[in-house]
Design a protein around this ligand. Structure first.
Ligand code: MGD
Ligand code: MGD
Ligand code: SF4
Ligand code: MO
Length: 703
């Protein structure tokens, strides 16, 4: 039988809206939802059917039957595996208290389910991946605007100029953003791109700054200096909404374009020309505050500087600028219900909220659980459930993590794949893939807010279950069912939708339900109340930072030069892979089976390395990996670059196994190297030695 459903892609966490066709329980076609994406989809999104058919993923629950990581598993029924987990959790609760459980997940619109489980169990320790992703940017935005990194959406389509610092959007995709950017460029808009190397995004840019690694803050300060000096900024906006602007003016006096050019290794003239363009294009200039904004020890301050540049543009709540996302209340309608349970009033084990008061308490900071796992201070952490989260791939130094996790009595991985962490865990609960399962309804805030839902296209290929059922069944066993008021997904949808008056059938036509017909904009002259800082203003000086002894306007410090013979290790994404979990996908593996090491031509010549040669890449602790070199003029000589996610170690994944190099294994000791102001792990502060490998055939001397 033929079927067509609107759903939400799950090949990465961007969650693009899709339409899926199937016949006799086989997916036959996937495309972007034509109502929102005009059919567009990326290579990963198109490779969904290969994920369903991948029989090198867990096909039923597994319980560890040998030492951790030994790869000896006992196949278990769902009953047995869930009973096993519930029994262990109850034992741990009795012995150490409920707070000894940590639930980590990938965040996102369905996190309320995992958070509810954690809180209902009695633990405040829900955490997510974000200290390796957007936390610096999030905290930077909070400190200035009083709203987090999701506090604005970027109206790129209507902008005249988009400025991206290390936001390699044509490899690190978000289809809606990519379409908007292409539209903007077609209309004659400008794209300025800043990176340490040339990329897919740089190739589309109208201006490209290749900077010395770690100097973005300097470039942004140079921009601010010139924009203020030439009085290009929106004075009325600044006067009305910004506090301590005079302190900013004094602070940037010394950071001239000439200084920034020298520090970053770019031309002063180019900075000035860029500012000329900004003067023409403002207020429709968007400085993307970075997503990863890479991972340097001053990335928080670099991101703050980018937020400040937006403020100078006066681009908040205008067409072609930064728009405040609207919710049901703005549309005069009621919102959906989400699972919820108040957080227990117990100190978090990662110290966020009491030891570290300036951070957003929400998901805390995942890397700060590692010291606690060893010290048991403030209390022991004994159980860890990783839901759609792979700490061994996303956090640096998996070896050090293993030693920390060995202090736990229970490690559970709820995953569609064998993650690196899952392979080390005690129990693997295989979730059905996104094409084989439904999810709860979610709210998508924006200028035109809507409700969306993921619906299954086919029945599961193997003995796997959706998360809503896994958590429900665990909750039943632990007597937490009052917080999970449903038996079927239809019950859950109906419960969620009850206050709204919509029914699940309302999603059939387009895959979503719009809460409004037209774009909702606030009055830009009355934005009071929108900036949730203590003063209600856009704050140049943040009292929250001052109170904990941190500067708001931090003097620039030049990044450490790599020691002789070493290089800064930088990383990023490929358009055809999502972190590490698509490497084994047969279609995507074919497109990119392994990563390589980008190295500057001049440096490579000194090391006697030619394109394709095998090189040894050696971490500061001596750990060595081999990889083929990609020799190019288009990378800064101080760094080498690779695509993250490769070098996987799960033997059952025959394609991904040991294909390419793992960047996180080249970062020993980096679990402790994090930004006390922004909260992010400083992943880009690792250095490696590179040399031509003895594995290469000897070169003949050319006569
Ligand atoms: N060295 C280094 N470290 C990094 C990065 C880097 O570039 N370099 N990038 C950082 C960034 S930006 C991020 S966001 C993090 C990401 O790190 P993670 O949050 O760990 O993200 P993913 O690899 O996307 O997914 C984690 C797990 O989710 C599983 N999964 C995928 N789909 C599903 C599903 O539908 N259900 C379930 N239950 N599981 C699923 C995958 O198999 C995978 O094991 O890593 C960060 N860490
Ligand atoms: N295809 C694909 N798309 C994805 C993902 C995926 O896994 N695959 N993951 C999603 C996720 S979780 C995230 S967080 C986003 C991340 O999206 P982005 O923030 O765009 O991050 P990356 O792709 O990691 O790109 C980092 C870039 O920073 C550059 N860089 C390194 N050092 C510096 C520096 O000092 N200054 C500057 N300016 N640049 C520097 C690197 O060369 C690289 O090109 O992508 C999302 N989209
Ligand atoms: S960017 Fe690609 S993989 Fe990610 S959700 Fe969108 S279509 Fe799917
Ligand atoms: Mo991320």
């Amino acid at each position: 039988m033929k079927k067509s459903v609107y759903s939400i892609c799950g090949m990465c966490t961007v969650r693009c809206p899709i339409r899926v066709e199937s016949e006799d329980n086989e997916v036959t076609w996937i495309e972007g939802n034509s109502h929102l994406l005009d059919g567009a989809l990326c290579a990963k999104g198109s490779a969904g059917p290969a994920l369903v058919k991948d029989d090198e993923r867990p096909q039923q629950p597994l319980i560890r039957d040998g030492g951790r990581g030994a790869g000896r598993w006992r196949k278990a029924s769902w009953e047995e595996a869930l009973d096993y987990i519930a029994e262990k959790l109850l034992k741990i609760k009795n012995e150490y208290g409920p707070e000894s459980l940590v639930v980590s997940s990938r965040g996102g619109p369905w996190q309320s389910m995992y958070k509810t489980f954690c809180h209902a169990f009695g633990s405040p320790n829900y955490t997510n991946h974000d200290s390796t992703c957007g936390r610096n940017t999030h905290h930077a935005s909070l400190s200035i605007n009083g709203v987090g990194r999701k506090g604005f959406v970027y109206d790129i389509k209507n902008s005249k100029h988009l400025v991206l610092f290390g936001r390699n959007m044509f490899a690190s995709l978000r289809i809606a953003e990519n379409i908007q950017t292409m539209d903007m460029l077609e209309k004659g808009g400008r794209l300025t791109y800043v990176d340490v190397r040339q990329t897919m995004t740089g190739l589309k840019a109208t201006r490209f700054f290749q900077v010395r690694p770690g100097t973005d803050y300097a470039l942004a300060l140079g921009f601010i200096h010139e924009i203020i000096k030439r009085e290009i900024y929106d004075k009325a906006f600044v006067d009305k909404y910004v506090s301590d602007f005079d302190q900013l003016c004094t602070f940037v006096e010394e950071y001239t374009p000439a200084w920034a050019a020298k520090e970053c290794g770019v031309k002063e003239k180019a900075i000035k020309q860029f500012v000329d363009e900004v003067a023409e294009d403002m207020p429709n200039v968007i400085f993307h505050p970075g997503w990863m904004l890479t991972r340097y020890k001053d990335s928080f301050y670099a991101s703050r500087a980018l937020h400040i540049l937006n403020v100078l543009m006066g681009n908040i709540e205008i067409k072609g600028g930064l728009i405040i996302p609207k919710g049901p209340g703005d549309c005069g309608v009621k919102g959906i219900r989400n699972l919820d349970c108040p957080k227990p009033d117990i100190k978090r084990a990662d110290g966020v909220g009491w030891k570290y008061k300036h951070f957003d308490k929400g998901p805390g900071l995942q890397h700060l659980f590692f010291p606690t796992l060893h010290s048991q201070d403030p209390y022991p952490v004994k159980a860890w459930i990783a839901m759609r989260h792979d700490p061994f791939t996303s956090m640096p130094d998996p070896q050090a993590q293993k030693l920390a996790f060995d202090n736990c009595d229970l490690l559970v991985s709820i995953d569609t794949h064998y993650s690196e962490f899952g392979w080390y865990a005690d129990v693997i609960l295989p979730e059905a893939t996104y094409l084989e399962r439904d999810n709860a309804i979610c709210l998508q805030k924006g200028p035109k807010p809507r409700l969306a839902v993921r619906r299954k296209a086919i029945d599961p290929e193997f003995d796997t279950k959706p998360a809503w059922e896994i958590f429900k069944q665990l909750a039943d066993r632990l007597d937490l069912n009052e917080h999970f008021p449903y038996n079927t997904i239809e019950d859950l949808w109906a419960w969620q939708l009850e206050p709204t008056g919509f029914t699940i059938q309302d999603f059939d036509e387009k895959g979503f339900v719009s809460l409004t017909d037209k774009v909702i904009m606030y009055d830009r002259d009355n934005l009071e109340g929108q900036f949730k800082t203590p003063s209600g203003k856009i704050e140049i000086i943040s009292k929250k930072l001052t109170d904990v002894g941190l500067e708001s306007l931090k003097p620039y410090v030049s990044p450490t030069k790599p020691p002789k013979g070493q290089f800064r290790l930088v990383f990023g994404r490929s358009a055809v892979h999502t972190h590490g979990h698509t490497i084994n996908n047969i279609l995507l593996y074919e497109l990119m089976p392994k990563n390589s090491l980008w190295i500057n031509t001049r440096i490579a010549a000194k090391l006697n390395v030619k394109e394709g040669d095998v090189v040894d890449v050696i971490a500061v602790d001596g750990f060595k990996q081999r990889i083929n070199a990609h020799v190019t003029d288009f990378i800064h000589p101080e760094c080498v670059y690779t695509v993250h996610g490769f070098g996987r170690q799960v033997p059952l994944q025959s394609r991904a196994y040991h294909a390419g190099l793992s960047d996180q294994k080249l970062m020993p000791g980096m679990l402790d190297n994090w930004d006390e102001a922004g909260g992010g792990v400083n992943l880009c502060e690792a250095f490696v030695t590179v040399r031509r490998s003895a594995r290469n055939p000897k070169r003949r001397v050319e006569l």
